[in-house]
Write a protein that binds this ligand. Sequence first.
Ligand SMILES: *[C@@H]1O[C@H](CO)[C@@H](O)[C@H](O)[C@H]1NC(C)=O
Ligand SMILES: *[C@@H]1O[C@H](CO)[C@@H](O)[C@H](O)[C@H]1NC(C)=O
Ligand SMILES: *[C@@H]1O[C@H](CO)[C@@H](O)[C@H](O)[C@H]1NC(C)=O
Length: 529
Amino acid sequence: MIYRHLLPLVALLLIGSEVSLSGNILVLPGEFSHWYNMRVIVDELVARNHSVTVLIHSASYSVNYTRKENFKYTVFKVNVEKEDAENMWQNHINVWINEAVPGIQTLLLFWNILSEIQSYLESICDGMLLNQELIASLRESHFDVLLYDPLMPCSDLLAETLGLPRVMSNRLTVAYTFERLCGQLPTPPSYVPAVAAQGHLTDHMSFLERVENVLLYVALTVVYKLQMITFDKYYTKITGKPTTLCDTLGKADIWLIRTYWDFEYPRPLLPNFKFVGGLHCKPAKPLPKEMEEFVQSSGDDGIVVFSLGSMVRNLTKQRANTIAAALGQIPQKVLWRYTGEKPDTLAPNTRLYDWIPQNDLLGHPKTKAFISHGGTNGLYEAIYHGVPMVGIPLFGDQPDNLFHMKTKGAAVMLEFNKMETKDLKDALTEVINNPSYKENMMRLSRIHHDQPMKPLDQAVFWIEFVMRNKGAKHLRVAAHDLTWYQYHCLDVAAFLLSIVALVTFIFVKSCAWLFRKCCRRTSAKSKKE
Ligand SMILES: *[C@@H]1O[C@H](CO)[C@@H](O)[C@H](O)[C@H]1NC(C)=O
Ligand SMILES: *[C@@H]1O[C@H](CO)[C@@H](O)[C@H](O)[C@H]1NC(C)=O
Ligand SMILES: *[C@@H]1O[C@H](CO)[C@@H](O)[C@H](O)[C@H]1NC(C)=O
């Protein structure tokens, strides 16, 4: 009987001993929204008494490493100026949002920027991996795990150099290229669409769509293999033995994927792929006083929240005017995050802000719709709070993200460079006044909230798991050790087919032989007669 009373105490002690485990974590973040997302994990790790070191290069423009934090920044010098890096990314964005540039010129610009990005990546890799002092001091720190964003170049090479188990944080890449080729994620082309961005490939495909999907996978694989040539050379140079980016990336112990079944089409996953989409979402906090007054002034009509994300700072005058004119025609009040020049057509119902507390606004009861570029962070805040969307995708995974929302009946999609004032106004009216959008978004929201473990707890659990167990090799599929023809059992098929062929051959030959023998005998007999 006494044990019964002791049990809670023992449990408490056990829990106590578990939380006192405090690890030493090295973090390599990406930029912009990728960092905002990872920052939430870092804060949670710190709150659980782990010691965290964020390793960042001197040209980072969205990680403010001069700020005092309750974790440590280690900054390494790279051969790039902050302004140059920032200009490079801004130019990259301007290619996408500038309709004035004709197609072929865009392509050339894009090509230039790609090679610019490549040399930028190499500078960062050099700055990190060839800095002996840095590597030595990181070695001495005896980290337990590396948490990284694959957008931070060479992060997996660093893990390799330091011999650390690793947890990767990632949104499934467009067409699952990295996950499929490097992580061995199965993607049956019959029902897993390579890219939804085309606007018509979902998990239900007709025969012709499946043909298109298979061809897309092949084309994307070829493009990927070509892109990897330079990277593989670099990886081989650094490690001093034949190494590919894909193999190095594929050694991640856990892949934390920043989506979930509220967003993805049902599809097969591997045991080391963990969905943690929406880990940054929180219940809404009260708004700043001035903002709350503006929101309340909207009355029953409510408000619309508008942001194209942290990377887009300004638009062309013409685009900004088209958008502002549409916003002026709806009865709602609009809060628009925009740092460019004030559009001439800005109506009194619209206010511009340099920054908005997006999660708190989306969680506000007066919010009717969210106009968004479709970045994964904003999209998950909309799902979390159940706010239907008008999507204006710009680049990267954004068209794909929004297409998912559209096919789930929770968003209307527009084309940034083609939309007119009327299109935006109609889209807003539709999303706000047709209740099906809200209902569908609320359904996704219920799915999102109805999970056995909160996404942030899940992310932290797996990081701690990897620290406790020095990796997660038991979740690694053996597909990593197979060649492509072994993986698809083509060698087995060839073997079995040759047996069948051999048996058939022997059978046919023996039949022929028997037949000839019979014939000869009968003909001999008939001759005798
Ligand atoms: C972290 O450490 C502090 C002080 O040692 C302790 O009071 C607190 O309970 C710990 N928190 C967790 C989550 O372990
Ligand atoms: C970075 O942090 C420092 C110190 O808190 C602050 O003075 C500075 O304005 C910040 N920079 C940016 C770009 O936010
Ligand atoms: C944004 O502003 C910068 C300078 O302020 C300018 O060079 C650039 O062309 C602008 N972008 C667009 C799309 O208008």
